[in-house]
Design a protein around this ligand. Sequence first.
Ligand code: NAD
Length: 274
Amino acid sequence: MSKMKNKVVLITGAGSGIGRETAIVFAQQGAHIVMVDRDQAGMEGTGRLVAEAGSDSEAHLCDVSSREAMRALADEVHRRHQALDVLINNAGIGSAGRFLETNLDTWEKVLDVNVLGVVHGCHFFAPRMVATRNGGSIVNIASAAAFAAAKEMPIYAASKFAVFGFTESLRADLSEYGIHVATICPGLINTPIVKNTLFEGAMAAGGKARDKAMALYQRRNYPPEKVAQAIFKAVVKRKSVVPVSPEAWALYYAKRFVPSIMEQLGKMDAPVAK
Ligand code: NAD
């Protein structure tokens, strides 16, 4: 119970999947959970689970892609807490569709949430963490798609490569203030992410790709609890880059040591595409 006692942990996307499980794991260690999501009902569900785990929480309805909303969120959170001990930028959305069939509106929407959402979190919360000189951790959720770019996921891959690169830079930058910065790269995790994924072009036709992808994630059945545990361990052990799941580790090492195999893999049709 002692590891996170009285620590303030903010989690974006806390209303579902990886964010919800992460809230529970940190709550079990005694942390106060600041939930951020655009889904009020989701946060209410997480709040109940946090209470069952023996901790308390507060819920903030907020769209991470909105600069104004995130500024107001930070003002509100900093009225209650001097600074965050742990910031977890987790909120994100999926997208799928071959590049020639993607719409620029979708590019904007996904990059606004997946990339700018993470930047907003760091922009509005890191300065107080620096100013209070208490160290702390910033955890950004990227993906195995930050090193394995399937041809059906150009927007998602671009967003996650961006999160990965930004987080590398941020880690180097904030190290002089004693702030630990981690990049988490999950593989296929069984959460509702596919339900909310933006499908385009042939992949959107008839909803078949979505159904197949949902079935694939369920069959793979890698639980979000394990990602939450990896996030907790990354914070406690101050780890830098953490792939989660066997396929994420395999892709991580393949990209480093046999990049030509990754190039061939990228050209293959995803199992859900046809
Ligand atoms: P999820 O859909 O279960 O949860 C995402 C949560 O983020 C939801 O509660 C949603 O309401 C919230 N959210 C989305 N857009 C938001 C916005 N603009 N503002 C505020 N909240 C917003 O998905 P998940 O699988 O738990 O995904 C969490 C993170 O993990 C995402 O960044 C995702 O890209 C990443 N990830 C997921 C997988 C996977 O296989 N599930 C794999 C790798 C990376």
